[in-house]
Design a protein around this ligand. Structure first.
Ligand code: G3P
Ligand code: MG
Length: 339
């Protein structure tokens, strides 16, 4: 009630309040939902002294499955309904550029089997292939991996000598770095045709390369942070530079990029009523992605100590608005500032 009194009776209505939560290291650690996260989301879901619901989204560099599948999993873990329009993962933003490639053959990398093929088709891509399809077409592409029965069952048969790949999207963390880097180098150096003649940089048709998550590390349930998709990108660029003399130009999505935060801000504004820009509090565990991106977007940023960032290792590279132990303390602190 105090919030609504402030919001509607002051001379200039205050901006509505909204939250953006990172997931790994803030709400979960691996498959385990953090107890503080359940309490924090319950507060925003109306379990607070004013009985009001406060809008929030989940903004993660994770992915590998459809948004619907991840929301179902998270809703079950937290015992509340998390809707697809509250959820943005690493490759969600790719929906904003599908129209540029809709009928062109593209490679989508990462995740297990053909899960991400189906996700990409759900976004509107019509001709989606992966590196397992390439290996099934010609096993000599990479002689050190034999397709498993499960992998073979997910294959899309194609003759890649006749398929000009227009773009390579790394949606999620690749499972077979060697195979993926080999196919990426083949496709890019031959202007799109696996096994085609390598063409010089100035003569070849450019193949677009898009990465969806720059995280070098992220926090799962192991004692120390795990390497993320950002290290796969470093590995690919190091190999490509060793082979060709230069790294390959690419597009980067995911936190902290402006594209991802702009995409998220539009969704947050809709949740907050759409007629004014909300006051956003971003709660994250990774200074290089969550805090850097929120600060650049003009949001308030709260760094928690349950994930990548360890206060014993010194101050964070990107200064947050506030630091707390966990996400529940973060929500309570933010509400104290606003209510
Ligand atoms: O692969 C997920 C990881 O890079 C980070 O996830 O939720 O902390 O942005 P999140
Ligand atoms: Mg995180």
């Amino acid at each position: 009630i105090k919030y609504f009194v402030r919001h509607y009776t002051v001379h200039k209505p205050l901006s509505p309040l909204a939250f953006a939560f990172d997931i790994d290291g803030v709400l979960v650690r691996g498959k385990h939902a953090l107890p503080a996260a359940k309490r924090a989301l319950a507060i925003l879901d109306g379990n607070n002294e004013f009985g009001i619901k406060i809008p929030y989204i989940l903004l993660t560099n994770g992915g590998g499955v459809s948004e619907a599948a991840r929301c179902k999993d998270l809703s079950e873990r937290f015992g509340i309904q998390i809707k697809v329009d509250q959820y943005i993962q690493a490759h969600t933003v790719v929906q904003s550029i599908v129209h540029q490639y809709a009928d062109m053959p593209v490679l989508v990398l990462g995740g297990r089997g053909d899960t991400l093929r189906k996700v990409a088709e759900g976004y509107g891509f019509k001709r989606v292939y992966n590196t397992l399809d390439v290996l099934a077409w010609n096993p000599s592409v990479w002689p050190f991996h034999d397709l498993t029965v499960e992998e073979r069952a997910s294959i899309k048969n194609a003759d890649f000598s006749k398929i000009p790949i227009a773009a390579i999207f790394v949606f999620h963390d690749p499972r077979n770095w060697a195979l993926d880097i080999q196919v990426m180098c083949d496709v890019i150096q031959s202007g799109g045709i696996v096994g085609g003649p390598y063409v010089s940089k100035c003569a070849r048709k450019p193949v677009d390369l898009v990465f969806c998550n720059p995280d070098l590390v992220w926090r799962s349930d192991f004692e120390h942070p795990r390497t993320g998709q950002g290290t796969f990108k470093e590995a690919f660029q190091a190999v490509f530079k060793a082979l060709t003399g230069a790294a390959y130009p690419c597009v980067q999505f995911g936190k902290p990029t402006e594209a991802t935060y702009t995409f998220a801000a539009k969704i947050l504004s809709r949740h907050a009523g759409g007629d004014s820009v909300p006051e956003v509090y971003m709660v994250g565990d990774n200074p290089e992605s969550d805090i850097a991106g929120a600060n650049a977007a003009g949001w308030k940023s709260i760094l928690v100590h349950t994930g990548v960032y360890n206060p014993q290792h010194g101050p964070p590279k990107h200064k947050p608005t506030h630091e707390t132990e966990d996400v529940e303390q973060a929500v309570l602190w933010a509400l104290e500032q606003e209510l």
